[in-house]
Write a protein that binds this ligand. Structure first.
Ligand SMILES: *[C@@H]1O[C@H](CO)[C@@H](O)[C@H](O)[C@H]1NC(C)=O
Ligand SMILES: *[C@@H]1O[C@H](CO)[C@@H](O)[C@H](O)[C@H]1NC(C)=O
Ligand SMILES: *[C@@H]1O[C@H](CO)[C@@H](O)[C@H](O)[C@H]1NC(C)=O
Length: 351
């Protein structure tokens, strides 16, 4: 996500939410590529609204992230939220066991943080899916936060943009029919950014279809239909940071069945989350021209192209994440957290 890309991102969340409502037959289970653990497949989403008891942990959503509302107390089944009540009712602040603070909604003023004295034993959960480049005023959080929740794998609550899960049995993955070569959907067009400059070089040697604001139209409900026709998708992140791998990889490339060409953290960093033979990294090539030659070579060599899908017999991507995916993780973390702790300086870590 990025500031100027909010419209597209919001649209995506909206589409995916609606999609999820209708695709309740989609099986969901949790799988962390670096630390495999699965839960039984079940139908998504299930509603687990429950009567509050005086033992329930109250989790207060301090602000709706970027103003986006979503159903509370409705979670994917791999998140056991029994024993927790999520609420956005600020008047419950004093009895809340945890409050979830979305960084970008509060970071411009300390006044946006709770002003009344903090109840003892209350956890403040810092939530942020933006990269450090788009997370100003981290200092405002010094000595206030007890738990972090972000895409960073070493967060207290690791909540990535997507992940892989094992298939129940070996599968023959069918590559979507391909009629086009390379696509890129970009909403935040900054001519000075590394990714746009790289693209300008790349397009001299291979044609790339651009979607997004000021480019080809990509209607709300046509993302999959449009992008899946491409053999390759440019999953170029807006900034380069450890573990910062967004829906550009998980959704636009992997979920839609395109081979991702990534620009982001190192290849080694990507390989912590996805198999090494599932993607192409711009760093694999000394120049954009070399990458273009490789793309054109794969375009003529069907066998070699198909090699990028062999991992699909074992694994499948989960790219349909939304706000609930993240907030729903707080309950479990709260039940498991053992010791009191405070994060003294976010900035020292989040960079
Ligand atoms: C918020 O909680 C207070 C205290 O329980 C309650 O009186 C009030 O009706 C709630 N507000 C909403 C909008 O649910
Ligand atoms: C996958 O395809 C291979 C070769 O066509 C075939 O032998 C195998 O039975 C198929 N496996 C499944 C699970 O369909
Ligand atoms: C959270 O951090 C605050 C601020 O340092 C601290 O006073 C509080 O005891 C911590 N709470 C928990 C539950 O760890």
């Amino acid at each position: 996500m990025e500031l100027q890309g909010k419209t597209l991102t919001f649209r995506k969340y909206f589409i995916f939410f609606i999609g999820q409502m209708f695709l309740a037959s989609i099986l969901f289970s949790f799988y962390n590529f670096t630390n495999p653990s699965t839960v039984n497949n079940e139908v998504l989403p299930i509603s687990v609204l429950q009567e509050p008891t005086n033992k329930s942990k109250i989790i207060l959503v301090w602000t709706w992230p970027f103003g986006d509302r979503f159903p509370l107390n409705e979670c994917p089944p791999y998140n056991d939220i029994s024993g927790c009540i999520y609420t956005d009712n600020i008047t419950l602040y004093s009895s809340a066991d945890a409050i979830v603070i979305h960084h970008r909604d509060v970071c411009y003023s300390k006044k946006r943080l709770p002003q009344i004295p903090r109840p003892p034993n209350q956890y403040w959960v810092w939530f942020n899916m933006e990269s450090p480049s788009h997370s100003p005023n981290l200092d405002i959080m010094d000595n206030l936060i007890n738990l972090t929740m972000s895409y960073r794998a070493d967060s207290d609550i690791f909540s990535p943009y997507g992940w892989l899960e094992p298939n129940e049995q070996e599968e023959n993955f069918t590559i979507p029919p391909k009629t086009k070569l390379v696509a890129w959907a970009i909403s935040n067009w900054n001519p000075h950014s590394k990714r746009v400059q790289y693209f300008q070089k790349l397009k001299k040697y291979v044609s790339v279809d651009l979607y997004g604001r000021q480019h080809l139209d990509l209607p709300r409900n046509e993302h999959e239909n449009t992008l899946s026709k491409y053999k390759f998708y440019l999953s170029f992140e807006n900034s380069i940071h450890e573990d910062y791998i967004t829906e550009k990889l998980w959704m636009n490339a992997l979920t839609f069945g395109c081979v991702p060409i990534v620009m982001g953290p190192s290849r080694q960093n990507y390989e912590r989350f996805i198999p090494k033979d599932s993607f192409i990294h711009v760093d694999d090539f000394s120049t954009a021209e070399e990458l273009a030659k490789y793309i054109l070579k794969l375009d003529k060599d069907e066998k070699a192209y198909q090699q990028y899908f062999t991992w699909r017999s074992r694994l499948h991507p989960i790219g349909h994440t939304n706000w609930q995916t993240h907030y729903c993780r707080v309950c479990k973390a709260l039940k498991e957290v053992s010791a009191h702790k405070t994060i003294s300086r976010l900035r020292a870590w989040y960079k």
